[in-house]
Design a protein around this ligand. Structure first.
Ligand SMILES: *Cc1c(COP(=O)(O)O)cnc(C)c1O
Length: 460
C-alpha cells in the first residue's frame, strides 16, 4: 500500500552524506573540474547497460562517476560568469521541493507551495520597489523570464495597434519595433527569436556598456508603430546599469513598452545604498531577474514580473476543461510551463533566512568585495582596470590580448580561484564576478594573489 517511507530512507541518507561530503571539500578543493565530459562519458554510458540495482547503488555510482567532473561553483573562490552559490536554507528547501513532488501550476491542486510562491511574489515586489499590483511568474531562469515578459509586451503593443496576436499570430501583423542596447545580454536576442520578433534594432551604448538615452530618444523618433524597449540592469562585463529613468520617460512619450533585463542587477533595488543605480525602475512595464544568481538559490529559479496582469494572462494564460481554475488566477497563467516544480519554495527559504536587511546586506557585500578586488588589482603593475566597479563585476586586461589570455589560463591552471576570460569592447579581458554568499575578504585576497602570480608568471 503506497510507497513505504523505508523505500526512500537509505538512499536519501546516502544522498545527504554524499552531498555533505561534497560541500565539505569546497573550502579547500581546486575550483576547476578534474575531468572533462569526454573522459567521464564512457563509464556513465556503460553503467546504463548494466543489470538493475538498488537505489543506494545507483546513487553512489552516480556520485562516484560525476563528482570528478564537478566545477566548484558553490565555492567562495568561484568568480566565473555570474553564477551565485546556494544558501543553506535554499538548498534544503530545494530538496523538499523534490520530495514533496508538487506540480505547482494550480492553486486548487497544490495550495501549500502555491501559497508560498504567492507570499514570495508579494515580498519581492516590495523589496525591489516594483508596483504592488504586478504579476509574478516563476520560471527556469532569466532567459525564460525575459521571454515571458516580452510575450506580454508583444501582446500589449499589438493590442494597442488593434491586432490580436494570440488569435491571429504574427503573419500580417503590424511590424513590432524592438529597441535593444548594444550591450544587451544575448538572452534577449534568444527571447526575441522565440517570439518571432526577429533581431532588435540596436541602440548605441557608452564606454561602460550603458544604453545611451540620447541615442534611444533618436531611435524612438525615427519610427513609429508598436514598440518595445529592452533595458538592462547589470552589464555582464562592467556591471553597469542603463539609465532607466531617462529611458522610460523617452519611451513613454512614444507609447513604447519598457522591459528591464535585470538578471543579476535587479537586486540592487533591495539596497538603499545601491538603489540609485536603478532609479526609475518601478516605472517600467516588465522586469526579468534570477534568484539563482545574486540571491543564491539553487537552479532553476528565474522570475518574470509584469505590471499589467491582463497582458501577462493574455500571453501565457490557458483554459482547459480538465484544469480546475481558481478565481484569483493560477500560476500556470503566468508562465510558459503547465507542469513545473515549485521553484519559488527555495526562494521563500532564502528570503526567510536573510530577512529584508539580509538581502540588502548580501548584495552590498558582493559590491564591497568586488571593489576590494578592483582596488588591490589596480595596484598590480601592468593590470589595467577596464570598468567603473559600481556593482559585482570587475573587468581587467594585462597588456595585449595574448597576454591577457595567458593570464587567465595561468589563473585557471593554478586552480585556487576561477575567473572567466571574455571579450569586451574589442579586447580580450579577464572578468570576475562576486556572487556567492560565502565569499569573504580572505577569498578576495586569494583572488588578488592569483592574479598577481599570473601576471608575474606571464611576464616576458
Ligand atoms: C544570466 C543572464 C541572463 C540569462 O539568465 P539565465 O538564468 O541563464 O537564463 C540574461 N540576462 C542577463 C543580464 C544575465 O546576466
Amino acid at each position: 500500500m503506497g510507497p513505504d517511507a523505508d523505500a526512500y530512507s537509505p538512499v536519501l541518507d546516502l544522498a545527504a552524506v554524499r552531498a555533505r561530503a561534497w560541500l565539505g571539500t569546497l573550502a579547500t578543493r581546486p575550483v576547476p573540474p578534474g575531468a572533462d565530459a569526454d573522459a567521464l562519458l564512457p563509464a556513465l554510458r556503460s553503467a546504463l547497460g548494466q543489470q538493475p540495482c538498488t537505489p543506494e547503488h545507483a546513487v553512489a555510482e552516480l556520485v562516484d562517476l560525476v563528482e570528478p567532473g564537478l566545477m566548484a561553483v558553490p565555492s567562495s573562490r568561484f568568480f566565473g560568469w555570474v553564477m551565485g552559490g546556494t544558501l543553506p536554507a535554499a538548498l534544503a528547501a530545494d530538496w523538499l521541493v523534490s520530495a514533496w513532488d508538487q506540480n505547482a501550476g494550480l492553486r486548487y491542486a497544490t495550495p501549500g507551495v502555491v501559497a508560498a510562491e504567492e507570499a514570495v511574489a508579494g515580498c519581492l515586489l516590495d523589496l525591489l520597489g516594483l508596483p504592488a499590483g504586478a504579476e509574478v511568474g516563476f520560471v527556469t531562469g532569466a532567459t525564460m523570464a525575459n521571454t515571458t515578459c516580452l510575450a506580454a509586451a508583444r501582446h500589449a503593443v499589438l493590442a494597442r495597434a488593434g491586432w490580436d496576436v494570440e488569435r491571429d499570430g504574427l503573419q500580417g501583423a503590424p511590424r513590432v519595433r524592438v529597441l535593444v542596447g548594444a550591450e544587451r545580454h544575448t538572452a534577449i536576442d534568444l527571447s526575441l527569436r522565440y517570439l518571432g520578433l526577429g533581431a532588435g534594432e540596436v541602440v548605441a551604448a557608452d564606454a561602460q556598456g550603458r544604453l545611451r538615452a540620447d541615442a534611444l530618444e533618436q531611435a524612438l523618433g525615427a519610427g513609429d508603430g508598436p514598440t518595445i524597449v529592452c533595458l538592462q540592469a547589470g552589464n555582464l562585463h562592467s556591471g553597469a546599469f542603463d539609465p532607466i529613468a531617462a529611458a522610460v520617460s523617452a519611451a513613454r512619450r512614444h507609447g513604447a513598452w519598457v522591459h528591464v533585463d535585470g538578471a543579476f542587477g535587479l537586486w540592487a533595488a533591495a539596497s538603499q545604498r545601491l538603489r540609485p543605480l536603478v532609479s526609475g525602475l518601478g516605472t517600467a512595464d516588465s522586469w526579468a531577474t534570477d534568484a539563482h544568481k545574486t540571491l543564491n538559490t539553487p537552479y532553476d529559479c528565474g522570475i518574470a514580473v509584469v505590471a499589467d496582469p491582463a497582458a501577462l494572462h493574455a500571453a501565457m494564460g490557458i483554459s482547459a476543461s480538465y484544469l480546475v481554475a481558481d478565481a484569483v488566477g493560477d500560476p500556470l497563467d503566468r508562465t510558459p510551463e503547465l507542469s513545473r516544480r515549485a521553484r519559488g519554495v527555495p526562494l521563500w527559504a532564502a528570503l526567510r533566512t536573510l530577512g529584508r536587511d539580509g538581502v540588502a546586506g548580501l548584495v552590498e557585500g558582493f559590491v564591497d568585495a568586488a571593489q576590494q578586488f578592483a582596488h588591490a588589482a589596480a595596484a598590480i603593475e601592468e593590470v589595467e582596470m577596464l570598468n567603473d566597479v559600481v556593482y559585482t563585476q570587475v573587468c581587467v586586461a594585462v597588456g595585449d590580448d595574448e597576454r591577457t589570455r595567458a593570464v587567465v589560463r595561468h589563473v585557471l591552471e593554478a586552480g585556487q580561484v576561477w575567473m572567466s576570460g571574455s571579450r569586451w569592447a574589442g579586447r580580450q579581458v579577464m572578468r570576475m564576478s562576486v556572487s556567492n554568499w560565502s565569499t569573504g575578504p580572505a577569498d578576495i585576497e586569494l583572488a588578488v594573489e592569483a592574479l598577481r602570480a599570473a601576471v608575474a608568471a606571464t611576464r616576458a
